[in-house]
Design a protein. Structure first.
Length: 309
């Protein structure tokens, strides 16, 4: 499909202040029969309709406005995006007779009603007047100004919605970054507390371990009657068997492992990651400032800055 897309930049007239914000996707007229396209027309139309804010269907009163292929695509887009669809009878001035024009409108309306579920659609007539005098004298009703006004309103709504979404997304991202940094600070503080608890517990266990070892040596020496005058407490410890000391040492080792596990430090963000998140915060704050500037500039172009304030 890309090989069949052509791009053209057109400078809008001064009267169309929002003209530079419009991107038209003009699809070719569709025909029935054996004529083949180099791409999947149905899929391409659906993709373009999804990306667009409005989908205009212009029925030519002279050409094959009601060909089956056109009706099929209109029906599909109506099923997917009914709120975007608008129908117009273009080149209405080429049918000057009111009776003939009404026949065309009735024919298109009846055919559309058979292919779309929404039966309350309208089919205004539009055309490009050849001159200002022709526009005044022509008996054909021209709704092209209403069409342009709808485009302007859609542009304003889209711009405001986009900028509001930008603000909302920036604030959500800022909140997520702040939450991540706050959780990291809390984790670092808890890790510091765990380190001190581990050191304190290790000192106590080490002291207990030294006492047990000293008592075991004391008991061993007492059994050989090398140390006979150690007092009542030493005599009590000396009476303990070597098996008991082994159990105490095992319990001491288990307590150390439990202490180490309970005071194990939780993972924290790398300092480079913290710096990156802080840079993101500055960027997001800058985006919020730019958003407000863009919104004010947009309203200034429309002459609505005082109303916005």
């Amino acid at each position: 499909m890309l090989e069949n897309i052509n791009c053209e930049v057109i400078t809008p007239p001064p009267s169309r202040t929002n003209g530079h914000l419009i991107t038209f996707i003009d699809t070719p007229g569709l025909v029935d029969g054996s004529f083949g396209y180099e791409f999947d027309v149905d899929k391409a139309m659906a993709v373009f309709a999804e990306m667009s804010d409005l989908v205009y269907v212009f029925f030519d009163p002279i050409g094959q406005a009601l060909c089956a292929r056109t009706m099929h695509i209109v029906s599909r887009i109506n099923d997917l995006f009914p709120e975007k669809l608008r129908f117009y009878l273009s080149k209405a001035d080429t049918v000057p007779e009111e009776s003939d024009r009404q026949k065309v409108l009735i024919q298109i309306t009846q055919n559309l009603s058979q292919h779309i579920r929404n039966k309350t659609f309208t089919l205004p007539t539009i055309y490009l007047p050849r001159s200002a005098e022709n526009a005044v004298k022509s008996p054909v009703q021209n709704k092209i100004d209403e069409l342009c006004e709808e485009m302007d309103k859609t542009i304003q709504l889209t711009v405001q919605t986009t900028l509001n979404n930008l603000e909302h997304d920036c604030k959500d991202t800022l909140a997520a970054v702040d939450r991540t940094l706050q959780e990291d600070r809390v984790t670092r503080s808890q890790n510091t507390t765990r380190v001190f608890r581990f050191l304190g517990g290790s000192v106590l266990l080490l002291a207990f371990f030294v006492v047990v070892i000293a008592s075991a040596l004391h008991s061993f020496l007492a059994n050989f009657e090398i140390w006979k005058s150690s007092g009542e407490r030493a005599a009590m410890l000396a009476g303990l068997s070597l098996q008991t000391y082994g159990i105490l040492l095992l319990l001491c080792s288990i307590a150390f492992l439990v202490l180490k596990r309970m005071t194990r430090r939780r993972p924290v963000l790398a300092r480079s990651r913290v710096m990156t998140l802080k840079q993101y915060t500055e960027i997001l704050h800058g985006a919020l400032e730019v958003k407000e500037q863009l919104l004010q500039e947009f309203f200034r172009e429309l002459g609505l800055l005082d109303l916005h304030k």
